[in-house]
Every structure is written in structure tokens, then in C-alpha cells.
Design a protein around this ligand. Structure first.
Ligand code: BG6
Length: 486
């Protein structure tokens, strides 16, 4: 049944995120009957386009970005009837008046402003919306990452937007929280009684979180060169995953219960000293190599990248949490562009049995391991020890494998698709609160500062590998290895 009617105003309507994720996501929600007949998507950008011209663009982007079987011309026509286009310019407040006639002032109607633009425009857009009288008491604003470049700039944006929208109307998006497996981790931890007693330093040996991408900078050279992997992935996606793994059980699924619990994790992250930054963090940059069997250029030869750029395309680090539950348990985090495979996963390695009466093939029995896979396919694997068939009593590891897709026989919603519907329905739980985001900046800032002051270049690695040798050495020093089975 179609839900609440809405007006969704999409800033950056002609941009990459809108074309690749947001509009395809809304197309699926329309196809599945989730969009009420009188709901509207008002796309806006600086480009001068008519609604008809914009419809042409949307049709093209849907054809490019949807699987062949998912695109249906009739469904697309029906979807386009919900979409209008209007030109606005963040540098020209008067242009925002063009939005007014397209919005309906009805309190029961959700009004959402989604800012899929560079964060440098957030403050201006929010102010122009207010000046044009478009910010009703229930209007919501969605802020896409990156929210600033550091703590100070993110505070500035938060202050400015916060003068116009109250905190409970601000949806700071981290699309990793919209991924099926991440929500399944919440279900796994807090919907089952069997994991929680094991979920602490008593039974967990270490946790590894990897987000490896095969793609390079994909035409975003200029942006990426100013950003780097620490700001692009660690400050937000990796830390948010860490929060979901490590947080205390919240009292409810209400936004503030969950966000308070996540904030505690961020606050208990041990600050890196200068020596730690040297010892516990590896930054890398890819050189020419191969990806999926094709030769690919190195980062320094990508369009828009200066030849002496020191921007990191890879980060691996060893984090620790200063609290009773996790003291002494290493959390190894890593992310990189042009990795060997597209792989995103959370691996929880459990301790060995305290007294081994049975042996594994190499004399040592393997430990239990829980892998929560986000990419390429959502699912989870639990490694247990079982008896090797036949004579004798030796152990061998076996895998209990669960692909969520097969378990539910249903299409998995894309992260943005789910999060957009959450905004429309007013569910804040999976969005970051200001204090969380600032705590994450405060933790990465000493690293950013140390790197900016250092003469050392990032460690090179060949495109199509798992990063610099120093990354294996980082975890190898603790007699461990990265989990890299796809
Ligand atoms: C974005 C980053 O937030 O996440 C990109 O800016 C990155 O650089 C992307 O490629 C990865 O998202 P996903 O869902 O494709 O893993």
C-alpha cells in the first residue's frame, strides 16, 4: 500500500548520485507501489532544462543503471509523471522562488530537501530555502557526505544548517547504514540470544572490517584528490560499521537509543599518538596494474590528479576501544580503491578453545569465525569445527553459509532506496546525529594533521592487489592475516 504523500526536492538533480542511485531507487519504490499518486519528486540543479528534457535524461540514466529485466518503458512513463524539474542556483537566492508553486503546504505531507550537492553549497541552499519561506515546521533536510573536510568545517555546516532545521529534522546520510547486511547485523546481535554472551574481549580475538573496491577514482579525480580514502571512507563508512559491531545493546530501536550507543563507541576509540600513526596506520596509493583482466593506470596518471599528489587511495589501521567490553581487542580496518576484488565484510574472529582435546589438519584447530558480507553479495558465514569424515577424530573447518537473497527470495532494496523511504517516513535511526559525526572527525583529525605535516609519500601498491605490503605486515605483527576469501 502506498505510504504517506511527499514532496521530495532533489538538489543536484542532474548529478551522478541522483542518476545512479536516488532516481533508480525511487523508480523501484514506484514500481512496487510505495509512492502515493499525488507524491512528487522535484529535481533541481543549475542547468537550464525543461521538465521534458529532464525526463529524457532520467529515462536514459534508468536504462543505463538498471538491470535489463528491471527497466520497463510503461513503468518508467508512470514514474516520470511524478517528476518535475526546476532550475535553481545556490548563488542566486531569488531562483529558489521557482520551487514555491511546486510545493503543497499541507502539514500531513512530508516535505524533504535532499542535498546531493557538494557540501560547499549546503549552507547557501539551507539559507535560501528559509528566505523563500519553504522551510515548514515539519520539513526535513538530507545531507549527503562528505560533511566538511575536518572538524571545524563540519561544525560550521552543522551550525549553519542547524539554525534553519532542528536536529530532529536533519538526516545525515551514510549509505552503508542502509545496506541490508548492516541492518542484519543489528538483527543478528539484538534479535538472537546466542551471540551477545560471546560478543566481548572474553571470546572475540579480533575484528576486521574491509571495504575493498575494484574501481579507481572513476572520473572524480579532482574531488578524490582533495579528499582521500581517510575522509571518503574511514571517517564515515568504516567507523559507522565499527559502531554497529561494537556498540552496547541500545534500550530500543529509537533514534536516540541507537545513536547514543554508537556515540559511546566513537568516544571510546583510543586516540592515536604520533608514534601510533607511524606504527598502526598504513596509507597507500595505487600504481598502474590490472583490474578484472584489463590494464589500468596508476592514480597519478588518472585525469585531474597532479603528478606529485600525496593523496591516499588506501588506508589500513589498527584501532582499539578503551572500554570494558573491548579492551585489548584489535579492530583492523582497511579500505582501498583498485583492490583485487570488490569485497566489503566484517569478520569477527573468536578465540581458540581454551583447552584443545582434538586437533586440526595442521595440528592446530582453526578458530570460529563469523563473516558478515556486505559485498559483493549480502550474507553471512559462520565457520565451525567439525569432524573430518571417516576414521579417526580430527577436526576440519566447515562453513555455514547464508545468502540473504536466497533465504528471503525477495529483491534486496538498495541502501539509498531504503534510506530515502526512511526520510519520507520520518525514521531517523539510521542517520547520524551531529555529535556522532563530530566525534568521528575528532578521531581522524590527528591523522589528517600528521599526514599533512609529513614528507613521507603514501606506500605504492599495484592496482589489482590488496594494497601495500605494509598492510599485511601491520596485521602480521600480531600473528594474524587479513581475511580475503571472496
Ligand atoms: C562513497 C565514496 O561514499 O562510497 C566512494 O565516496 C565509494 O568513493 C562509495 O566508491 C562506495 O560505496 P558502495 O556502496 O559502492 O560500496
Amino acid at each position: 500500500m502506498a505510504g504517506r504523500s511527499f514532496d521530495l526536492v532533489l538538489f543536484g538533480g542532474t548529478g551522478d548520485l541522483a542518476g545512479r542511485k536516488l532516481l533508480p531507487g525511487m523508480y523501484f519504490r514506484y514500481r512496487d507501489g510505495d509512492i502515493a499518486d499525488d507524491s512528487r519528486i522535484i529535481a533541481t540543479a543549475r542547468q537550464q532544462l525543461t521538465t521534458e528534457q529532464f525526463h529524457g535524461l532520467v529515462r536514459e540514466r534508468l536504462q543505463q543503471n538498471l538491470e535489463a529485466g528491471d527497466f520497463d518503458a510503461g513503468t518508467c512513463d508512470g514514474f516520470l509523471r511524478h517528476i518535475q524539474y526546476v532550475t535553481t542556483d545556490a548563488g542566486d537566492g531569488a531562483s529558489f522562488q521557482g520551487l514555491r508553486p511546486l510545493l503543497t503546504d499541507a502539514p500531513e505531507r512530508a516535505r524533504v530537501f535532499f542535498l546531493a550537492t557538494s557540501p560547499t553549497f549546503f549552507t547557501a541552499i539551507a539559507s535560501h530555502l528559509a528566505e523563500a519561506g519553504l522551510v515548514t515546521p515539519t520539513a526535513r533536510v538530507v545531507l549527503e557526505k562528505p560533511l566538511g573536510r575536518d572538524l571545524a568545517s563540519s561544525r560550521e555546516i552543522n551550525e549553519a544548517v542547524g539554525r534553519i532545521f532542528s536536529e530532529d529534522r536533519i538526516y545525515r546520510i551514510d549509505h552503508y547504514l542502509g545496506k541490508e547486511s548492516v541492518q542484519n547485523l543489528l538483527a543478528l546481535r539484538f534479535g538472537n540470544s546466542m551471540f551477545e554472551p560471546l560478543w566481548s574481549r572474553s571470546w572475540v580475538r579480533d575484528v576486521q572490517i574491509t571495504i575493498g573496491e575494484q574501481v579507481g577514482v572513476e572520473g572524480r579525480g579532482e574531488f578524490y584528490n582533495q579528499t582521500g580514502a581517510l575522509r571518503d571512507m574511514v571517517q564515515n563508512h568504516l567507523l559507522q560499521l565499527l559502531c554497529i559491531v561494537a556498540m552496547e545493546p541500545p534500550t530500543s530501536i529509537d533514534p536516540d537509543s541507537v545513536r547514543d550507543a554508537k556515540l559511546q563507541v566513537l568516544r571510546s576509540l583510543k586516540r592515536f599518538s604520533e608514534a601510533d600513526i607511524q606504527d598502526r596506520i598504513v596509507r597507500g596509493q595505487y600504481r598502474a596494474g590490472a583490474s578484472e583482466g584489463r590494464p589500468v593506470p596508476g592514480f597519478l596518471d588518472e585525469p585531474g590528479i597532479p603528478h606529485d599528489s600525496r593523496t591516499e587511495t588506501f588506508v589500513a589501521l589498527k584501532a582499539e576501544l578503551c572500554n570494558w567490553r573491548w579492551a585489548g581487542v584489535p579492530f583492523y580496518l582497511r579500505t582501498g580503491k583498485r583492490m583485487q576484488d570488490r569485497l566489503a565484510e566484517i569478520v569477527v574472529n573468536f578465540r581458540n578453545v581454551p583447552h584443545a582435546i582434538l586437533q586440526g589438519p595442521s595440528g592446530i584447530a582453526a578458530h570460529n569465525r563469523l563473516v558478515i558480507r556486505l559485498q559483493p553479495h549480502d550474507g553471512l558465514t559462520l565457520q565451525l569445527q567439525a569432524k573430518t569424515p571417516g576414521d579417526g577424530m580430527r577436526l576440519q573447518p566447515i562453513q555455514l553459509d547464508l545468502a540473504f537473497q536466497n533465504a528471503h527470495k525477495a529483491r534486496m532494496l538498495d541502501a539509498y532506496e531504503r534510506l530515502l523511504m526512511d526520510v519520507i517516513r520520518g525514521r531517523l535511526t539510521l542517520f547520524m546525529r551531529r555529535d556522532e559525526q563530530e566525534a568521528a572527525w575528532a578521531w581522524v583529525e590527528p591523522i589528517l594533521d600528521a599526514w599533512a605535516a609529513s614528507d613521507e609519500a603514501p606506500k605504492p601498491y599495484t592496482a589489482g592487489t590488496w594494497g601495500p605490503a605494509a598492510s599485511s605486515a601491520l596485521i602480521g605483527r600480531d600473528n594474524r592475516a587479513w581475511h580475503e576469501e571472496v
